[in-house]
Each structure stands twice: as structure tokens, then as C-alpha cells.
Ligand binder design. Sequence first.
Ligand SMILES: [Mn+2]
Length: 355
Amino acid sequence: MKMTFRWYGEGNDQVTLGHIKQIPGVEGIVWSLHDMPAGELWSEERIAKEKAIIEAAGFNIDVVESVNVHEDIKLGLPSRDQYIENYKETLRRLAKAGVKVVCYNFMPVFDWTRTSLYKETEDGSNALFFEKSQIHNIDPTELIEKLAKDVDVTMPGWEPERLGKLKQTFKQYEGFGAEDLWKNLQYFLEQVIPVCEECGIKMGIHPDDPAFPIFGLPRIIINKENIGRFLGLVDSPYNGLSLCTGSLGSANNDIPDIIDTYHDRIHFMHIRNVKRYENGDFIETSHRACDGSVDTVKVINTLHKHGYQGYVRPDHGRHIWGEEKWARPGYGLYDRALGIMYILGVWDNLNHEKV
Ligand SMILES: [Mn+2]
């Protein structure tokens, strides 16, 4: 596995490349142009600038997370064709700069949803939390506005231009079902994957988070069966997965079994843990297997068994040692660094005869 760390860019992240440099084993930065609205063509200058910053710090730029998919593509509106053309050209430019894997998602309206960003836990840390009953009793625009007020940074999927149009976007999805979303995803892939085959970029779709429908919006990348259907939409190694154990772990998925079945289509792994409660609530925990509902050791063992050569990053961490005062929700420094040491500890142990 090749270890990476997500970083939001200079001036946009309190974590610095210097901090990341001191975490053992990190080879690459998972990056994006976070101020770029979905659907826009990325400029070669901006890509080159980001590449220079990251490479100067001694990291590779192999993985981009994300190039966001414009809502009109998910909705299947006539305007999607121009946005898809922009997407294809952005991929060509990223390939030219040396990018190997692009992560994206195909979730209507929101990239991810929680009901609390700083839920306190018994040990004094706090973490992202999802309370199912709250979701049923709140208007989605109210919920997102409430959460957005808790932080002074823009979070992926909650960009101001998206938030400003939430009510209108929800209206557009009235009467829109899972099969419509499948059809529009297929249309997108049939255009984009041939470009990836030409330029050598592997696409990795991120599972829906949480992995079940909310607010009446369809969610399709949620379980083994649907992942199989997704991979069959365009049966190419370039049409693959960014397998996120935390997202799939928000529902009762057997993730080691999913890895066993689809390992040759996994280009990028997000490894983290969540604790699921019987009432459907879940909270993000440390990466350790016994702290949550995801058997992270078995996940790593299964990747090792298949000789996984792809990219890995620790996903969301808890906020610990007071870092909630400055860290992005889920993207502090400390718990993700601990997560890396856990992942690499298990991995090195499996490799011990070779070390
Ligand atoms: Mn993830």
C-alpha cells in the first residue's frame, strides 16, 4: 500500500506539509483545488502551482480528492454535456501533471451528512456524529445551516454556492429515484472512462456517506450488490473504487468480503472506524478495530492477502488534545496520524519477514 494524507492546501488548512512530513510513512498528499466550483475546468497554472508546493515538500501528487461532479450531471439535465466536457479536459490536464487516481462521488445534493460535528465522548475527545432521529425531524436546509455555523471553514460538499441553492436543488430532485441516478451515472461514466483509458487516470467512486438514503434522496453506492452493479456499468479497470470503510461501515456491510470480491478495482482506500448503535446512530471513533464496528484489522489483512498496491489514507479522525479549536471537522492532525501508525503497524506486522 502507498500511504497518503489529505491536505486542504496552503491558507486553507491549519495542518501544514511540515506537520505531515513528521508522520512516518506518508508518501503522497491527497489534494484538490477546493475553491473550484463543481463543473469548472481546472486551469493548468493552478494545477502546476499545487503540484510544485506539494512536490517541494517531498510528497507525490498522485491522488486527487475530489474532482466534484456538477449537480446537473447527477440530475441528467441538458446542461450536463458541457460540464462533462470540462470534467474530461480537467482529467487530461491532471494526467499530464502526473495524477494517477481521481476520487469523486455521485451523491445527490450532499457529499456527506452528520447531525453533529463535535459530539463529546467519554474520554474528552469529540467526533462527527450522526443521530438518525434528528434527520427525520429536521428540514435538511436547516440542519446544514446549523452545522455550517459551527465552523469557519468551507467544507467539501458544503460550498457556499451549493448551500445558497439548497431549496432549489431539493425541488429539482422531486420525483427523482434511484434508477434515474443509476442512468445518469452510467451516462457520465460512458463518456469519462474512455478518456481515463487514454490518459491513464483511474477513477475511484467514493461510497455514499451515510450508506443509506436520507431526506428522501436516492443513494446507490451503499453495499456490495450495488458496488457490483456500479462496476458493471462500464467494465474497465479505470472505472474503480475509492473504498471508504467508514462510509460503508455506517450500515451493516461486510467490508472484508467486499474487498475480497472487488480488490482488483480498488484504487484508493479510506480506512477509518465508526461505532454503529442499534437505533441507527453512529459516531466516528479511533481507527482501532475494537473501538468501533468496522474490523479494521481484518480490512488491512484482506488488502494484504490480495497484495494491495494502491493508495491508502486514514480517513476522519476524532478531535483530540483540544484540536477542535482549530482543526477542520474530521480532519485534525493527531488522530489521523495515530490512525496511520495503527494501519502501518498492522501492515508491517504482516510484512515482518520482509522488513
Ligand atoms: Mn471516506
